[in-house]
Every structure is written in structure tokens, then in C-alpha cells.
Design a binder for this molecule. Sequence first.
Ligand SMILES: [Mn+2]
Length: 410
Amino acid sequence: MKFIHAADLHLDSPFRGLISGGLPSDLEKKILDSTFTSFKNLVDDALFQNVDFVLLAGDLFDRNDQSLRSKIFLDQQLERLNQKHIPVFIIFGNHDFLQGGKDSLGFPDNTKVFGPKPETKYLTLKSGQRVAIHGFSFNKQWITKPIIKDYPVADQSADWNIGMLHGSADSVKSQDNYAPFTLSDLQSKNYDYWALGHIHKRQSLDNKGLINYSGNTQGRHINETGKKGYLLVESNGKSLSTSFHSTAPIIWQKILIPVSSKAANTLIKNIFDFLHKQEFKLTTFIRIVLDFKGPISDELINKLNDGEVEEVVRDQSLKDWQNVNFFVTSLKFETSQQIKFSQIDQKYFDEAKLQTLTSKNLEEIKREFMKYDFIQDFLSSSIDQKDIFNLAAQEILSDTLITGGNKSDN
Ligand SMILES: [Mn+2]
């Protein structure tokens, strides 16, 4: 048995924050095509490898009101597999939940879609082996019920049992809006393999590598770094092994560049010298993180803070993006240099900060908001925890300073 496990294609993702900034049209096209290109590469591989079947574990479409472009594209790709008699099994997720009947989707004959309640579909391989595939599709945006409880235990009459599930493992994210489950819930079913979707970072939940999130097929922002693609699962006797295959045409990467204090123009030259020494095989969208060794002048801090350095670096990288194969999308900096707040007692502020600005508190505040995908996308793409804490600290301080209140007398 040989099959492909993929999830979170997010076809026709609009890349909103990225596209807004007046990019060269060929780059813009590459970005807007990227989710499609990645899936086309996957189908090319499926045909070339002549796999027994393909599993797509939810969020095929980026939005529930599937764009016509993504719908037609998916149909065409499924048809390519249909021509070669390669079956495809689909569950829908929270982004593309199933509305109306699954029979109205108009997919080719090879494509089987799971309904809103866990069900089992059987497939007989060319080898004669029988495979039982268990799964369900979201039929609304949020499902708080642990649907996993309704999955059947392994069918002993089949040679292989495979589970498909789109949702949140409690060990990865404590979100209870997405058909939540625990590792032991999955293990209690006694399946040979679990094809999970929803979490965009590729990972195994068990130590045998048989309970996997394949991750998404194309990173969409700087918090979805690294190669993206699918897992190829192959049997050898009674055991299964998986291997990752990259299909995304664009990858996101954070690059830490150690620098010492410089004038802004020298700094920018150093950044490009550093980047030009790297080899980017795939088009790479970069966040530069400048790691300052030693003090920085106020002038440079200002140019970094008001985004002037970032803008110049971004524009310069765009001019030659096809040759160098990278594009600097953002620039941040780190320094051990403390910004001094003379009017309050730094020590007490730092202590209060440690107690208040914690991941736990932030998660609690975010919980309600994160139900909404667009807020989740924004929070995970544009800003990270450190940024939020810094902004909060600045906000508190500016408030304290402006009102002049609560000045510590200690
Ligand atoms: Mn997704």
C-alpha cells in the first residue's frame, strides 16, 4: 500500500497582508498561484508514484464561499487522478465546511467525500488488500463536541484501518472549537494510521510517526516557515513508514543576522552581503531578524523603529527577486539594550511585567478572539507574542507617563 496524506491546501488563499504592498506583477502572480501550484505538484507526484489513493484532510478551500477558480482547479486535478483510477478521499474542515449535500459537489467518480457523522469507506487495493478509511466532515465552522468519540474502533476484517480527522489535538493547541481530541482518544481506536488536518505545522503526535499532521501545502505567512508539502505513506509487510515531500513553490524563513552597530547604509549593505552568500533553491520569503552585538545609536534605532530600514531593504530585494530568488518581507531587530524609563522604577515595572505579560494570560485573553479565523490569521501572521508584550508594555508606560499617576516613591 502506498498513499498520500495532505491537508490544509487553502486553495486561493488571498495573501492579503502580503499582496497589498504594490509588488511586481510576476511576483504577485507567483504568490496568488502558489496554493494551486503546490497541489498541482502533489498530483504530479501521485501520478508519477502511482499511489493507491490520496487522502485530503480538510481545509481544501481557504474560504467557505469557495471561489470559482479554486473549485474548477480542484475538479481538474481530481479528474487527472480519476483518469488513472486513483481514488481520493476528502473530509472538509472548518474553513470549507460542508453545506448542503455532499453529492452536489460534482466531483469525479474517484472522489469520495465523508459526511458530517463519522463513517467508514472501504477500498480494495490492486494487491487485493482491503482498507477501511474512517472520517467525517465539518458541517459548520465550529464543532466543540469531541466527534472522535463517535469514530468506530478498527474493523478487524480489513487489512488496514486509517482515520482521517480535521481538528485540534489538545497537546498542540487547547482550542475546543475544532472537534477536539487527545492522543489517547486516537490510539484507543487501534487504527494503523491517522491522517490529521487543521494544524499547519507538520508533526507527529506519536513516537512511531503514524499519527500525523501533514501541515499545510503552502505557507501563507512568516509563522508558517519551512518546506511544505505532503506525507507519502508506504507499507512494508505489516508496518508503515512515512516520508515528507516538498511541493510548495514558495517558502518562508526567518534569518537571524548578527550585526554590530553601524550607520544605516552600511547595515543595509551588510544585510545583502549576508543574503547573497546564501543559496535559495526555492523562492524564499524572508523575515530578517537583526541581532545586535553591542550598543546601537539612537539614530539607527529610530530608523529601525519607524520602518525606514525595513522599507529600503524590502524594496531593494524586490528589484532583483527572480535572480536572487528571495524577497525580504519584513525586518525586526533584537537588542539587549534596555529602553530606559526614568520616571518610574524600572525594577518594579520589570517585576510586574514578568507577572502580568505571561503566555497564560495572553492565551486567556485571546481565546475568545481566536475562534474567528481571520483574527487568528492576523494574530499569527503579523505579530508574535513578543511584539504584543512590547506593545503592551509601551502602552502601559505611555499611559503612566502621560497621566503622571502612580509614580513609584520607593
Ligand atoms: Mn487550515
